[in-house]
Write a protein that binds this ligand. Structure first.
Ligand SMILES: NC(=O)c1ccc[n+]([C@@H]2O[C@H](COP(=O)([O-])OP(=O)(O)OC[C@H]3O[C@@H](n4cnc5c(N)ncnc54)[C@H](OP(=O)(O)O)[C@@H]3O)[C@@H](O)[C@H]2O)c1
Length: 215
């Protein structure tokens, strides 16, 4: 890997969105440090621009931030775990990542948050603990002093990414969805655009290119 190029740490690089984002960055020859707890999940990726670090987010992972200018947090406890993992990953691992980023003077932190985390009390009861965790992690990032962009995707689908988006919330809840492939494209776009620092952006599948929507 060319040590002079700015490296991006992707936390949750073995996840659905994380792996797609990793592949997109690598296809553009952008140096990636992929943080995973199981290296075998990335064994099909081969690139001179890829460095894999193994760590459990429930422990220490500050070493992974060494020489990384940008950080993408796209880890999550998933829908099939109990509330304790929501606390430990969606809230506490995110807070630890933000603190590590501050210690390492990271220049841009991209947080994959969620639609509804602005107003957790308005969400469905079963989702409220998750939305509170996301809300507090986002607030910690905003108050950290680090340059950040918070992406709040709608409900995720495995549809093919259209490359087309909207950022205003559709009235119909059935339209409040976004393909994971589209989220990965948005991550790459935001990571390369310093002008989007300081913004919190909701994301939906739509009919416009990001360059028309995001300034
Ligand atoms: N589901 C939705 O509709 C929705 C909507 C909006 C936003 N989001 C957010 O979107 C993000 C990514 O979604 P996704 O579908 O890509 O999720 P995913 O496939 O479940 O990926 C989650 C990632 O977190 C990692 N992870 C979990 N616990 C870990 C631990 N203890 N140590 C290390 N890594 C750990 C997983 O690693 P393993 O591969 O080892 O399990 C995986 O890489 C999440 O932040 C989620 O909250 C979801």
């Amino acid at each position: 890997m060319n040590s002079n190029m700015s490296k991006t740490l992707i936390i949750g690089a073995s996840g659905n969105i994380g792996k797609l984002a990793t592949e997109l960055m690598l296809s553009d020859s952008q140096p990636v440090v992929a943080l995973v707890r199981d290296k075998s999940k990335l064994e099909d990726l081969s690139s001179p621009h890829l460095e894999i670090v193994q760590a459990d987010l429930e422990g220490e992972f500050g070493f992974a931030f060494e020489n990384c200018e940008k950080v993408i947090f796209t880890a999550g406890s998933g829908g099939n775990t109990d509330g304790d993992k929501t606390l430990l990953i969606d809230l506490w691992a995110a807070v630890k990542a933000i603190n590590y980023a501050k210690q390492h003077q990271v220049k841009h932190f991209i947080m994959i948050s969620s639609i509804g985390s602005d107003t957790p009390d308005a969400g469905p009861a079963a989702l409220r603990p998750y939305l509170v965790a996301k809300h507090m992690a986002d607030e910690h990032l905003v108050n950290s002093g680090i340059d950040y962009t918070i992406l709040r995707p709608a409900a995720l689908t495995d549809d093919r990414g259209s490359g087309l988006f909207r950022t205003d919330r559709p009235r119909e809840s059935a339209q409040q969805v976004i393909a994971r492939e589209n989220v990965a494209q948005a991550i790459k776009y935001v990571t390369g655009n310093d002008s989007l620092k300081g913004q919190t952006i909701e994301l939906f599948d739509g009919n416009q290119e990001l360059s028309n929507l995001l300034q």
